[in-house]
Design a binder for this molecule. Structure first.
Ligand code: ARE
Ligand code: CA
Length: 475
């Protein structure tokens, strides 16, 4: 469950937050497949309580049953998406909301009458007296974190065999449809032993989708662990990966110039992060980009210059499995994704320069991020090497003899001759240009016979103070 089972060495996953299944299928074919993305984390596919009239994004985290019918599409559209993405080398990872059901039942019946599953009051912790702090979660109390209602969402008793069975049945249906694994929502609020029991009931991945026989579903558990609480992400490491929330916070401190980037020489486990093979990393996520959970000054698309720099660092750096965020624009943190007057989600439109419109941001289409996804694929397995820093906020590092990146996060210019570790030749700076048919549409970098190259990068006023080069974009 630690292996994301990606195809062709692909390395970076993108969260297409609130996208419709048919738009994701098209995006796999038109963009993600051709540009080497490994997979898509999709919004929860389970039917949800409709929060009217606003229809905020967060209603998707209020399940009323395990039928696959949401604003993103229906079951047939879901299956079609998994198939079409698979054909172009892209995996689907499902956001599984299994800790709780909605705060309200939609049908006006009893408060625990989730008849679509069905679940009744005997399947929830609170009515059985298992929650010690009924007025809300006390994050210093383990029983409270795991048995009480998270923001009023009805907390399921995953200790019950019947409940485990219903959840496993839901996840197994998705496995049959060809998904590669799951993001486990609110994992901190579930007992690791209960999760383990559920994972043990999951089928191997469907071999019709190119998975090897006996492949276990990929699992990444959402545990917000910034220290100081009764639950730690380390409790979940022997059953899957976890979201490493410290990563984006520390990255933001570095790029906001609150902590010199020179210290990032040993970024990763030495900083108290979970082990590499246990970790999913990201600059921001759908919650902390809008102040919903685990914030802390993180960098988002709204600060595009720093966002491109932080993503370039993440995608060049070997630690963790990287997830790129793809957002819709918002000013109100609770707003709906782009929608029509009937509340239906509207599709993105695409411009000639590959960016998106209709309210979608599409960070994954920004040239700097798209090309760094490719850098990560090209440099997979290569050692972190040839570190250089100026003592403050100018840094450079390579990945074996396959790739090299230089970042200038000072106001003043960087002008250095550095050892890249790369074979001699003329390389495309993939931050400023695309490499097509053997030609770079932007500036190039010359690496000499001894691996050295001269870098000149302006500081303030430069929208992209980064140079990245790799062996698959060499003239
Ligand atoms: C909404 C309303 C609530 C209302 C509720 C029920 O906002 O006011 O009471 O509905 O009607 C998302 C939104 C919530 C939303 C919920 C359901 O963020 O606002 O509630 O959907 O629609 C904790 C959890 C962590 C969780 C974050 C948000 O530990 O698991 O809170 N993250 C996931 C998802 C969210 C989602 C849910 C879980 C629920 O990613 O998108 O909620 O399925 C510290 C602690 C953290 C804590 C954080 C925030 O950092 O360490 O553990 O995170 O504070 O409280
Ligand atoms: Ca719980």
């Amino acid at each position: 469950q630690w292996d994301a089972h990606t195809m062709d060495n692909r390395q970076a996953i993108v969260h297409l937050f609130e996208w419709k299944w048919k738009d994701i299928a098209n995006e796999c074919e038109n963009w993600l497949g051709p540009h080497g993305f490994a997979g898509v984390q999709v919004s929860p596919p389970s039917e949800n309580f409709k929060v009217t009239p606003e229809r905020p994004w967060y209603e998707r985290y209020q399940p009323i049953g395990y039928g696959l019918d949401t604003r993103s599409g229906n079951e047939n559209e879901f299956k079609d998406m998994v198939n079409r993405c698979f054909k172009v080398g892209v995996r689907i990872y499902v956001d599984a909301v299994i800790n709780h059901m909605a705060a309200n039942t939609p049908d006006g019946s009893g408060p625990y009458d989730f008849w679509r599953v069905p679940f009744s009051e005997y399947d929830f912790n609170y009515p059985q007296g298992k929650c010690p702090t009924p007025s809300g979660i006390d994050y210093s109390n383990v029983d409270s974190i795991r048995n009480c209602d998270l923001v009023g969402l009805k907390d399921l008793d995953l200790g019950k065999d019947y409940v485990r069975g219903k959840i496993a049945e839901y996840l197994n249906r998705l496995i049959d449809m060809g998904v590669a694994g799951f993001r486990l929502d609110a994992a901190k609020h579930m007992w690791p032993g209960d999760l383990k029991a559920i994972y043990n009931r999951l089928k191997n991945l469907n071999t019709n989708f190119g998975f090897p026989s006996n492949a276990r579903p990929f699992i990444v558990q959402e545990v917000i662990d910034q220290g100081g609480e009764a639950v730690s992400s380390w409790e979940y490491l022997d059953i899957g990966r976890v979201t490493e929330f410290k990563y984006g916070i520390k990255l933001a401190e570095g790029f906001h110039r609150q902590n010199p980037l020179k210290y990032f020489k040993n970024f990763g486990e030495a900083w108290g992060f979970v082990p590499d093979y246990n970790s999913m990393v990201f600059v921001d996520n759908h919650d902390n980009q809008r102040g919903h959970g685990g914030g802390g000054g993180i960098i988002t698309h709204k600060d595009s210059r720093l966002y491109k720099m932080a993503n370039a660092f993440m995608l060049a750096h070997p630690y963790g499995l990287s997830r790129v965020m793809s957002s819709f624009g918002f000013s109100d943190p609770n707003s709906s994704p782009p929608r029509d007057s009937a509340g239906n989600i509207i599709s993105p439109i695409f411009y000639a320069d590959n960016t998106c419109g209709n309210g979608w941001i599409c960070e994954h289409r920004w040239r700097q991020i798209k090309n760094m996804v490719d850098f990560r694929r090209v440099t997979v397995g290569q050692a972190f090497a040839n570190w250089w820093d100026n003592g403050w906020y100018q840094i450079a590092f390579g990945r074996g003899n396959k790739g090299f990146i230089v970042i200038n996060n000072e106001d003043y210019s960087l002008s250095q001759t550095l050892q890249t570790g790369l074979p001699s030749g003329t390389y495309c700076n993939i931050i400023l240009g695309d490499f097509n048919n053997g030609k770079c549409t932007g500036p190039t970098v010359y690496v000499d016979n001894n691996g050295y190259a001269k870098f000149d990068i302006a500081g303030s006023g430069n929208d992209d103070p980064v140079v990245a080069i790799h062996v698959s974009a060499k003239q």
